[in-house]
Design a protein around this ligand. Structure first.
Ligand code: ADP
Length: 605
């Protein structure tokens, strides 16, 4: 968690956006709501206006109802005009029918708009998240991001929906009831409102409190989702290490904190209508005192008093609900702030740097010049210089943690070096539009990442242009065929979450088939055959050799067989390039490579 007073993260080390539970002052409530209106609600202003119209009908019926009590009492009950009972009763019935229709129409319109805007918000958030660099996702756990995309948008939507309902129905009910009250007696109305000024300061303070507490609840909800995500993804190590009780305890602590904060924020939200109750009590008391006096002195009729008193009683609920909205605004603002803080996080790596370069058929030469990269104070690459020749195979060798995978990430621009440059045929990768850049690579890594889709979709990855013949030959070459035939659904077998229903070797072969289908001019392999048994390794190795022919290939190699075949070997150590040469040259030098060979490759080949 970062310090709440910190500005939105701008360095690669400070990209955690969760935190800052009380972002008071940073995103003031009113501009937040104005932005919500501008970006999401304004487009729906017509159906919203229609919904408000229906709610106005619904609301104004209450005013009319209270007004009709006057003729009911004065003409029918006191005056004894029996025929008046028909039209008064008839109008009251029609009012209720109008109310029912208006309620239904208003609710349908509002729900439609509410669903559309909240899903638009979710899509926008995901679209934005997809532009952010890998470092961002290493700081912000998936659970917390999911909570933001799903939880916060829904929280906001629920609230503005009740705000509109409240504004439409309750505000109009209140206005119409106030009008009735004023028509009957301005003096009584003034008496009813006597306690109002007492509300201002306590309500403002309570609002701040609600905002702070809800912000904390939302942040904790993010932690809760993160815990669940970690538990479900790590279910095997949790069971094997008997961490069930430990994980459960951590989860319970978070939910207990949520309970505490929720109760406090709800207390804040309830405090506003409660304060209104107190002030209304004062008002009722004042009205009875003044009213009783006026009736006793014969200045006013009982019907007038009953009409006024009913108007006041009917106004009571709308006033309370409008008061509750003042608290709910703050709840919405807390979630809105989290949404906008995410949407305002600018990507560090510009999604499209410059000129879009069409994917070339010709394999490019890859050159790293003086590349420096550090995570915080930890240098990972230090003055890395090397050339991977066009169409040749270059092996990256070195102890684990030497920075080999980071070299891949720099080349594909998943991370950006702090100094130096990476060029493809002399063109800086930061000047190539990201999409065309990534189209140049086929990447096969150790942890072949599969999606929870069918094997076919995992190989094709959404490509529509591939024909069955090509797919077939890729599956054949990657040696996927033999195990495919044993699966009941063949190509249409689901791979399971993260490919978990397949073995490591099967996942790798699918990843290789995927690379074959991509047919990109640069091949990046992270010892792609490590999870294979000896027999399939030989077959896959053949396929890879065929694949790398005529392509610029960089391979993070762990096996002597792979290294030997390479045209050039880059030996890395602690973020620097220690040696460069062919297998024989490097052995002759008797340096780090020769030592690694003796240690690592002993007994192989
Ligand atoms: P190799 O592939 O040679 O085993 P890597 O390139 O994966 O090495 O990692 C090099 C170093 O960079 C390691 O010390 C690793 O801890 C560090 N590192 C990699 N990614 C990150 C990251 N996102 N944040 C902090 N350190 C990282």
């Amino acid at each position: 968690m970062t310090d709440p007073s910190e500005p939105i993260a701008t360095s690669p080390d400070a990209r955690a956006i969760d935190a800052a539970p009380d972002g008071l002052g940073r995103y003031a409530t009113r501009p937040l709501l104005a932005r919500l209106w501008r970006e999401y609600l304004r487009a729906h202003r017509k159906p919203m206006a229609a919904a408000v119209f229906f709610m106005v009908i619904e609301g104004s019926t209450l005013g009319l109802l209270s007004y009709l009590l006057r003729p009911l009492f004065d003409l029918v009950f006191v005056g004894g005009q029996a025929d008046a009972v028909w039209w008064v009763g008839g109008i009251i019935f029609v009012l209720f029918v109008a109310r029912a229709i208006a309620l239904l129409a208003g609710r349908i319109l509002l729900t439609r708009v509410a669903q559309r805007t909240s899903t638009a918000m979710q899509v926008d958030m995901l679209r934005h998240l997809l532009t952010l660099e890998i470092a961002f996702f290493q700081k912000n756990p998936p659970g917390a991001l999911m909570e933001r995309v799903q939880g916060d948008t829904v929280a906001v939507q629920k609230i503005w929906q009740s705000v509109i309902t409240g504004a439409g129905r309750d505000a109009v009910a209140l206005i119409s009831l106030m009008a009735v009250a004023l028509i009957i007696s301005p003096l009584w109305t003034a008496a009813a409102l006597i306690g109002l000024p007492l509300l201002f300061l306590p309500v403002a303070l309570t609002q701040r409190y609600i905002r702070r507490k809800t912000g904390q609840v939302r942040a904790e909800a993010g932690l809760r989702s993160t815990r669940l995500d970690e538990v479900f993804h790590g279910i095997m190590p949790i069971k094997l290490n008997r961490m069930e009780a430990y994980q459960l305890g951590r989860f319970e602590r978070i939910v207990n904190r949520i309970v505490n904060m929720e109760v406090r924020s709800e207390t804040g939200r309830a405090a506003i209508p409660a304060m209104i109750d107190l002030v209304s009590g004062i008002g009722f008391f004042a009205v009875i005192m003044v009213g009783a006096n006026d009736i006793a002195s014969g200045q006013r009729t009982v019907g007038e008093f009953m009409s006024f008193f009913t108007a006041m009683a009917l106004a009571f609920q709308p006033v309370r609900r409008l008061g509750a909205i003042a608290g709910m605004w703050q709840t919405a603002a807390a979630s809105l702030e989290r949404i906008y803080r995410l949407l305002d996080t600018a990507p560090h790596i510009a999604p499209s740097g410059g000129a879009a370069r069409p994917a070339t058929e010709k394999p490019p030469e890859i050159r790293l010049e003086g590349v420096h990269l550090a995570y915080g104070s930890l240098p990972v690459l230090r003055d890395v210089n090397f050339v991977a020749e066009a169409g040749r195979t270059t092996a990256l060798v070195g102890p684990s943690g030497a920075g080999k995978s980071t070299v891949f990430n720099v080349i594909t621009r998943l991370v950006e070096p702090q100094a130096g440059r990476v060029t493809l045929d002399g063109l800086d990768v930061s000047e190539i539009d990201t999409e065309s850049l990534r189209a140049l690579f086929s990447v096969v890594t150790q942890d072949a990442a599969l999606f929870d889709e069918t094997i076919r979709e995992n190989v094709l990855l959404g490509r529509a242009d591939s024909n069955a013949e090509r797919l077939d030959s890729a599956l054949e070459a990657a040696h996927v065929k033999p195990f495919l035939d044993q699966l009941p659904l063949g190509l249409d077998t689901p791979a399971g979450p993260r490919g978990s229903s397949l073995s490591g070797g099967q996942r790798q072969r699918i990843a290789i088939a995927r690379a074959l289908m991509r047919d990109a001019p640069v091949l990046l392999l992270d010892e792609a055959t490590s999870a294979l048994d000896a027999e399939s390794e030989r077959l896959v190795q053949e396929a890879l050799d065929r694949l790398s022919r005529g392509r610029t290939t960089l391979v993070i190699a762990h096996r002597l067989a792979t290294v030997r075949r390479a045209d050039r070997i880059i030996v890395m150590d602690e973020g620097t390039v220690a040696e460069i040469g062919t297998h024989d040259e490097l052995l002759a030098r008797n340096g780090l490579y020769a030592r690694l060979c003796r240690l690592q490759f002993d007994g192989e080949d």
